[in-house]
Design a protein around this ligand. Structure first.
Ligand code: NDP
Length: 285
């Protein structure tokens, strides 16, 4: 079997085409969607992510700006800025790029963002709403995975799904979304016994581990849908997912590549969340 490739880049491009008209309508009503991204420190990967987020907004006519702070900034300075942004009517989304330097309590920062502007979906109120099956903002990466599955015609109802990874950013919200969609979900992590046995039963595998080529073809049920969230840099500088793509593509039914899979969807869903925030404020949803 040769797996069908789930092309995240193409799915993301199709979605972004529809965003422009929504942004234009909002701008006509005086609610041009605005996203502010806060970056603390000079981590090179974070700088690239933040640049891509800001440029993604600007490309579809949204307003976006980056606020940069040195790595040794006092948390109170950032908290004060977040409070200002919370009451700034031109700002619909506020995102603090993670990770933060050690003097920060990340949860304290995330909880300081007004829940109706928390476009990353990490505020406890938004996490609770997702778990209750009534999401307001869905964390961008798992939201993107669900949209990719929808676009690929995967019917999640009754599927046996295994999520590898239990982070607050990917694994846990991914599991909640799959449960909400009607799948039977197993979450594996570093303490899981017999991980291979769980994966072998799965119709759908979502790998969010952070280890290159962690998922190998002999682990998979033939025909399984394989979603690779991982982004790992190999010693030669190339990017690689958590799935041994070339080998697994011979066993899986559908599979996402890295790069060009989940990655392009993550920023697309950030744009979607910011537009949704502005639509809510404008009374359009
Ligand atoms: P974390 O490091 O926060 O979580 C990794 C998870 O994998 C943990 O739950 C950990 O278990 C589990 N794990 C680690 N080693 C093993 C193992 N040997 N067996 C089973 N489980 C294991 O990472 P994130 O969730 O933030 O990200 C995961 C990957 O996805 C990374 O490569 C990251 O770069 C990528 N990523 C990609 C995005 C995109 O846009 N495509 C966005 C966000 C992340 P435990 O909890 O027990 O420690």
């Amino acid at each position: 079997m040769t797996a069908q490739i789930i092309d995240g880049k193409a799915i993301a491009a199709t979605m972004r085409q529809t965003f422009k008209a929504r942004v234009d309508l909002l701008a006509q009503r005086g609610e041009r969607p605005g996203l502010v991204v806060i970056l603390v420190g000079a981590d090179p990967a974070s700088q690239v992510y933040v640049r891509n987020k800001v440029n993604g907004c600007l490309a579809i006519g949204m307003h976006s700006e980056k606020l940069e702070y040195p790595a040794d900034v006092a948390p109170q300075v950032v908290l004060k800025k977040i409070a200002e942004l919370n009451s700034d009517a031109s700002v619909h989304g506020i995102l603090v790029q993670l990770p933060l330097p050690p003097q920060f309590n990340e949860q304290e920062i995330l909880e300081a963002i007004a829940p109706e502007k928390d476009v990353d979906g990490f505020h406890a109120e938004n996490v609770g709403a997702l778990l209750q099956g009534k999401p307001r903002f869905i964390p961008c990466t798992p939201y993107g995975v669900i949209k990719m599955l929808e676009a690929s015609g995967v019917d999640l109802v009754g599927m046996d799904a295994v999520v590898i990874g239990r982070s607050n950013i990917v694994g846990k919200p991914m599991a909640a979304l799959l449960i909400n969609a009607g799948a039977t979900v197993t979450v594996c992590h570093s303490k899981t016994k017999n991980l291979a046995e769980h994966v072998a039963r799965a119709d759908l595998v979502v790998a969010a581990v952070g280890r290159a080529k962690f998922v190998t073809p002999e682990m998979l049920k033939p025909g399984a849908v394989v979603i690779d969230v991982g982004i790992n840099r190999l010693p030669d500088g190339t990017l690689c997912g958590d799935v041994d793509f070339a080998a697994c593509a011979a066993v899986a039914g559908q599979i996402t590549p890295v790069p060009g899979g989940v990655g392009p969807m993550t920023i697309t869903m950030l744009l979607a969340n910011t537009i949704e925030a502005a639509e809510r404020k404008a009374g359009l949803r």
